[in-house]
Design a protein around this ligand. Structure first.
Ligand SMILES: Nc1ncnc2c1ncn2[C@@H]1O[C@H](COP(=O)(O)OP(=O)(O)OP(=O)(O)O)[C@@H](O)[C@H]1O
Length: 279
């Protein structure tokens, strides 16, 4: 039995974050009997920020969960560094890939610092439970998510936005080359949204590959290098924001008319004159 397990397990070892890759071939994902994603091919550009956009229910979270091994495919495969992710031991996957899901839950009474410490679990072994690296990663994550003043508070006493920052900090503390974030700024005030998006950009400049589900199109265009636009479980277009974001796409995705202008500071597309055309 042990030798069969050994044979099926695959090893990933990559030291340069830019060598870490995540892709899917012919990926199909179901909820119960409902086919949500069918035969989808996707590859996250290494070292870049990818924003996944599309209307409610189009399958963005399902795709992210499929890519991160949370959701078992009904067909096709997800490849982490070229290996079928379902054949890689969980702890090894967790050293490469962190997922911040849309719905999070934590044990009752846990503090912010304790939650963030969970992020270090994949790096610990029986021989070495806690090291200087862990301490530094936690200090970095606390500062990055602006949580130093809240680190001893119980998670369930925080506001929704504060709690969201604590979960972001946990993902950052995991120090993985791949970060998959499902609506990481949905509960944040404008100031903290910008901080989180700038942190995401900074992490990608350090070589991390990041995919985030975002509803706010101007933020997706401003902070992502690559947009994946989804509808009905399919990728309808993808590419750099300036190439992808058109009036026709916005109409197709959301049933709204708008004009697009360039942000005078960044050159990224902004929507104006927005009008609903479809009920
Ligand atoms: N646990 C579940 N059981 C059954 N159906 C589900 C489940 N989770 C999601 N679905 C369905 O799968 C489809 C895709 O859902 P998903 O959450 O991936 O969409 P989304 O694009 O992330 O939506 P949103 O923008 O609202 O978060 C929807 O029709 C949804 O109702």
């Amino acid at each position: 039995m042990a030798s069969i397990m050994q044979k099926n397990k695959q090893t990933l070892l990559q030291t340069d974050p830019l060598d870490t890759s995540l892709s899917a071939n012919n990926l199909s994902l179901k909820h119960g009997k409902a086919h949500i994603i069918d035969n989808l091919d996707v590859a996250l550009p290494a070292g870049k920020v990818t924003a996944i956009v599309g209307p409610n229910g189009c399958g963005k979270s399902t795709l992210l969960n499929g890519l991160s091994r949370v959701h078992m495919p009904s067909g096709g495969e997800v490849l982490l560094n070229g290996n079928n992710i379902h054949r890689v031991p969980s702890k090894e996957v967790a050293r490469y890939l962190a997922l911040l899901p849309q719905d999070t839950s934590a044990p009752d009474g846990i503090s912010v610092a304790e939650l963030i410490r969970f992020g270090r679990h994949p790096h610990q072994s029986l021989m070495q439970q806690w090291a200087m690296d862990d301490q530094q990663a936690i200090a970095y994550a606390l500062a990055a998510a602006d949580l130093n003043e809240l680190k001893d508070r119980q998670l369930d006493t925080l506001s929704g936005g504060q709690r969201q920052r604590a979960w972001i900090a946990m993902s950052i503390a995991q120090e993985t080359p791949l970060l998959l974030l499902d609506e990481p700024t949905s509960a944040l005030d404008l100031g903290h949204q910008i901080e989180v998006f700038e942190l995401i950009r900074h992490l990608s400049q350090e070589g991390k590959t990041i995919a985030m589900v975002v509803h706010d199109l101007p933020s997706a265009c401003r902070y992502a290098d690559h947009i994946i636009a989804m509808k009905g479980g399919k990728i309808i277009t993808q590419g750099p924001p300036k190439d992808v974001m058109t009036k026709a796409l916005v109409r197709e995705l959301y049933g709204i008319e708008c004009d697009l202008i360039e942000d005078p500071m960044t050159g990224s597309p902004i929507l104006i004159n927005i009008k609903r055309v479809k009920a």
